[in-house]
Design a protein around this ligand. Structure first.
Ligand SMILES: Cc1cc2nc3c(=O)[nH]c(=O)nc-3n(C[C@H](O)[C@H](O)[C@H](O)COP(=O)(O)OP(=O)(O)OC[C@H]3O[C@@H](n4cnc5c(N)ncnc54)[C@H](O)[C@@H]3O)c2cc1C
Length: 271
């Protein structure tokens, strides 16, 4: 297995909807290093691990011991030292996720002890507001940021804009809606793109995440349209959303933050 052992255990598996889970994973016999909210690590399973039944079939693996590894953002708080949580969607044609979706409580998995990435709040001044925009499992790094950093003393305002196809794909809805009720500096904007498919009808927000920004809804809650001077924006999720939102932000004077060139919007690309 190229030196990679199945060094961690699954201790919780919550299925939000078909093809959408949160997994809690604990290290087996080693300590989790510290991480910064927004960072990712790597999960892996051997090619011999079975695929979940609704995923596309594959021929028997040529190298059954080969470890298949992929990056996953950590969704748990950096204050939780015992476990890591991940928010994962099933890619039925994919290599790793069909195997991950077959895991049950007590199963073993490879968890990299190296936590990486710069998609964090570290370089944002404490008095700047933060808008966290996601589609699908792009919400994962924001859950870690919110769970770790939202507190009453914080001067900054946080907004999460989360887009999904259906209401049942809005994982963490209850937690985020609850946080919004308890925190004066946090606003949650869930939005779905296929309201016509809701069996009970839909009276909530419908469309794409961009609409919350361009339609003035965020500006209404915050009392003004965010500017590069007072707000940093994070984008994570579907590549089309990232591309489209970037254009909107650039037209309003925001520039991309890179390690070499500080800016006011930050990107994490899953694929
Ligand atoms: C920094 C980073 C953090 C990530 N964090 C997460 C996370 O928190 N949760 C999560 O579900 N995924 C996350 N991903 C994506 C993850 O690494 C895998 O690419 C994904 O789980 C698919 O793996 P697979 O082996 O099943 O599919 P593969 O065999 O690798 O096929 C990938 C292909 O599936 C398609 N695809 C459809 N939906 C997705 C999707 N959601 N992600 C990736 N590819 C998709 C794309 O066309 C892509 O080229 C992250 C990726 C990166 C780079």
């Amino acid at each position: 297995m190229g030196g990679k052992e199945l060094n961690a255990l699954v201790t919780q598996r919550i299925e939000h909807a078909p093809g959408l889970v949160t997994l809690r994973v604990i290290p087996d016999g080693w300590e989790l290093p510290d991480f910064t909210p927004g960072q990712f690590t790597v999960l892996g399973l051997p090619a011999s691990a079975p695929r979940e039944p609704t995923s596309d079939p594959e021929p028997p693996p040529a190298k059954p011991d080969k470890m298949i590894v992929r990056a996953y953002s950590i969704s748990s708080s950096s204050k939780s030292k015992e476990y890591l949580e991940f928010y994962i969607s099933l890619v039925r044609s994919g290599e790793l996720t069909p195997r991950i979706f077959n895991l049950t409580i007590g199963d073993r998995v490879y968890l990299s002890p190296k936590f990486r990435g710069f998609f964090t709040l570290e370089n944002v001044p404490a008095d700047k507001n933060v808008v966290l925009v996601a589609t699908g499992t792009g919400l994962a790094p924001y859950m870690s940021m919110i769970r770790s950093e939202l507190n009453r003393e914080s001067r900054r305002k946080f907004a999460v804009i989360h887009g999904a196809y259906h209401s049942w794909d809005l994982g963490y809805y209850r937690e985020l809606a609850g946080l919004e009720r308890c925190s004066s500096n946090f606003t949650y904007f869930p939005i779905i793109s296929e309201p016509q498919e809701e069996p009970g009808g839909w009276t909530g927000r419908a469309g794409f995440v961009q609409k919350v920004w361009t339609g003035g809804e965020l500006a209404e809650v915050w009392g003004k349209q965010p500017t590069p001077e007072d707000t940093d924006v994070y984008l994570c999720g579907h590549p089309d959303m990232i591309e489209d939102f970037e254009k909107i932000l650039q037209a309003e004077g925001f520039t991309e933050h890179t390690r070499k060139q500080p800016g006011q919007y930050h990107l994490e690309r899953y694929w």
